[in-house]
Design a protein around this ligand. Structure first.
Ligand SMILES: Nc1ncnc2c1ncn2[C@@H]1O[C@H](COP(=O)(O)OP(=O)(O)OP(=O)(O)O)[C@@H](O)[C@H]1O
Length: 456
């Protein structure tokens, strides 16, 4: 079984600590032993434990459990989310009830039964994981609400392309239509997904994001549909999946084009039946989600090549929204640049206030293969390094200076230029074929043909 989590054990009996060390190191990644609770808060800060196993009685001869209760309260004051399992030599039900009322997760009586102790600690660890997950979701939702309500973290832009996109979003957001957001890396697809969720009737419920490219096949079902305790080796407790987490809200499946064909079938089935079945169960659970997917791959082409299921493609793209690359909305660059400048000047307590016209011209001439994300990073870097009130052209070192492309290509034939552009793009994108194809505005097969032709 994979060892997972950190546990802090507090007990003044050395024999108990030794026995527990032997047992628990087989199941937990880190076991921290304390013979006195005096350093407990410090250890919590240092170790960030998933569970604490705390003895109730420390001073020999005084078995009132009061010291245990005192430390239970101290830990709860410090961090109410860490599960605490209490340990006592006496089967004192009143004390157990008192401790549980004060926030202990569970109670184990000495002499203990190894299997029961482990089960209790694993449940406590699972509780910690779920609390963290719920807290993270709450934090994210809170953050995005603040973000979008105040519109502080988005600079939408005023280019015709972005105004058009905004108009469509306001129309579709309040429907329940499935939406597919397409666009190159870094254009703001996730920003668009959040905007849709926050303008939708589901805004008060969760927006749950899943990066499909990051899920390994073996954990796909468990991640998305959940699992029941014992359904596979590491399933130590029941766990709900992302579909259930997003119930009544929005499920955002990012990088959907990276999903393996076998996983596509399982996803399609859940979308068709509007139910999920947890791994290890045969009980379908109804789900009510609004689906938003995003991709930077050419899905119609992937369908043609057999890499993406056609039926799934039609199910996810009732409405398709294309987020334009930054080079198609250069009018937005001054606004975005100033927006990021304000953000980073504040963050780094920098006195840089604006960007000079020559620098803006340079930014507008560049083709931004990494789109808004790259612009954001370029401004952040310039702000960090600058000690002037205004950013100048020299403050930006861009990956491929397209403002000079014309000069360096003077005297070349059309074919020479094409070869040179592909070569440059391959270099800049470190051989990433999809990125090169998308940067040059051609399909991958066309790119392959040209590479073959020019022997690249
Ligand atoms: N209109 C915008 N206003 C402010 N920040 C933006 C905007 N668009 C994008 N960004 C920022 O650029 C970065 C990339 O945005 P996002 O993750 O939404 O892009 P993406 O298209 O989903 O990228 P990827 O395909 O790589 O997942 C983020 O840090 C985001 O905050």
């Amino acid at each position: 079984m994979a060892k997972d989590g950190t546990i802090v054990v507090v007990d003044d009996n050395k024999n108990v600590l030794t026995a527990l060390k032997l047992l628990l190191t087989n199941y937990f990644e880190k076991v921290v032993l304390l013979s006195s609770p005096n350093t407990l808060l410090h250890q919590i800060e240092e170790q960030q434990p998933h569970v604490i196993l705390l003895d109730m009685n420390f001073s020999s001869g005084i078995n009132s459990g009061n010291e245990g209760l005192f430390w239970l309260r101290e830990v709860k004051k410090y961090n109410p989310n860490i599960p605490i399992v209490l340990f006592t030599a006496y089967a004192d039900i009143d004390l157990a009830v008192k401790a549980l009322k004060e926030g202990a997760t569970d109670f184990v009586v000495k002499p203990w039964d190894n299997a029961k102790l482990l089960a209790t600690l694993h449940s406590a660890k699972a509780l910690n994981d779920s609390r963290k997950e719920v807290q993270q979701l709450k934090d994210r939702q809170q953050a995005f609400h603040t973000e979008l309500n105040t519109e502080q973290s988005i600079c939408w832009g005023e280019s015709p392309a972005m105004v058009h996109l905004h108009n469509i979003i306001t129309k579709v957001a309040r429907t329940s239509a499935n939406i597919l957001i397409t666009g190159e890396n870094g254009t703001g697809k996730e920003v668009v997904a959040r905007k849709i969720h926050n303008l939708s009737l589901r805004a008060n419920n969760s927006l749950v994001t899943v990066d499909m490219g990051a899920i390994v096949e073996t954990l796909f079902e468990s991640e998305l549909f959940g699992h029941t305790k014992g359904s596979f080796t590491d399933a130590k407790a029941d766990r709900i999946g992302k579909f259930e987490l997003a119930d009544q809200g929005t499920l955002f499946l990012d990088e959907i084009g990276n999903l393996d064909v076998s996983m596509q079938a399982k996803l399609l089935s859940a979308l068709q039946t509007r139910t999920v079945t947890r791994v290890g169960s045969n009980q379908p659970i109804p789900i009510n989600i609004r689906l938003i997917c995003a991709t930077n791959t050419d899905l119609p082409l992937a369908v043609k090549e057999g890499a993406f299921r056609e039926d799934l493609f039609y199910r996810i793209n009732t409405i398709e929204l294309r987020v334009p690359p930054l080079r198609e909305r250069v009018e937005d660059i001054p606004l975005l640049a100033q927006f990021f400048l304000n953000r980073y000047a504040k963050k780094y307590h920098n006195r840089t206030m604006n960007i000079c016209a020559e620098a803006i011209y340079k930014l507008q001439k560049y083709n931004w293969p990494g789109n808004v994300r790259e612009l954001q990073h370029a401004i952040e870097k310039a702000v960090i390094l600058s000690d002037k009130p205004s950013l100048e052209a020299d403050d930006f070192i861009l990956r491929m200076d397209t403002s000079h492309t014309q000069t360096s290509m003077d005297g070349l034939t059309l074919q020479d230029m094409e070869k040179k552009m592909i070569e440059q793009s391959l270099k800049v994108n470190e051989g990433n074929i999809s990125a090169v194809a998308s940067e040059l505005g051609i399909t991958r097969p066309t790119l392959y043909n040209k590479m073959k032709k020019y022997q690249l």
